[in-house]
Design a protein around this ligand. Structure first.
Ligand code: MN
Length: 231
């Protein structure tokens, strides 16, 4: 028997050790910062964060040009801390959860906001709004234990040099250890999984030519440029 065609290899992300991190799956947290939940018209005291997913192939690397995607006129940035899982586990306790993180990186959860909000209003899945080609830019992954603390420090995003998002990682409703613990009760986490941990307030639209930069204290910055509409 022959295999009909070959599939692309996983996306490989550069790391601080010089090794490459292969991407297996992408898990994302929604509304993990109270001020962002409020700007999206939700009450964080009444609705806890939740999860959604994206294809691994949506990851693009630092310096990428992200094509403006089809079927939207409201493509938006969301700066996020990303956890790169290095050790498998199910039902992981919060107090040992960080030992499953291989490392951390700056990320973007680029969103077709108009499609997301239309889906939300109709009680439909978010996939067409959130799971978008090239929508998961990811910076260099810094190995855990090299001094970065996922519970403290600033997370900032700028568009063409103007700061649009400026918050503290300690503002997360569910800290990283709790996210890993909770998710591992739903799925067996596997090496190569990426967890996008949610965005702070200040999200907004981009246009062709915009340069988006994410900075998180202790991590390498992530910069992408918005390209022409995908053809
Ligand atoms: Mn997000």
């Amino acid at each position: 028997m022959t295999v009909l065609f070959s599939l692309p290899p996983p996306v490989l992300v550069p790391t601080s050790t010089g090794d490459q991190f292969p991407v297996r799956r992408i898990l994302c947290v929604g509304r993990n910062y109270a001020a962002h939940a409020r700007e999206m018209g939700r009450d964080p005291d009444r609705e806890p964060p939740f999860f959604f997913t994206a294809w691994a192939e949506t990851v693009v690397l630092n310096g990428a040009i992200v094509a403006y995607p089809p079927k939207t006129v409201d493509f938006q940035y969301e700066a996020e801390l990303v956890v790169a899982i290095g050790r498998a586990g199910r039902n992981i306790r919060s107090d040992v959860a960080l030992s499953h993180a291989w490392g951390y990186a700056c990320g973007l959860d680029m969103t077709r906001r108009d499609l997301q909000l239309e889906a939300r209003a109709n009680g439909r899945p978010w996939d067409t709004g959130k799971n978008v080609e090239q929508s998961s830019p990811l910076g260099l992954i810094r190995k855990a234990g090299e001094g970065f603390d996922p519970g403290r420090g600033a997370i900032r995003l700028s568009v063409n040099g103007t700061v649009k998002q400026d918050a503290q990682l300690s503002d997360m409703i569910w800290p990283v250890a709790d996210i890993i613990s909770y998710l591992s009760g739903l799925y067996r986490l596997e090496p190569g999984d990426l967890i996008y941990t949610g965005t702070p307030s200040g999200v907004g639209p981009v246009v062709e030519g915009d340069v988006i930069t994410v900075n998180i204290d202790g991590l390498d910055p992530l910069t992408v440029r918005i390209g022409p509409r995908a053809s």
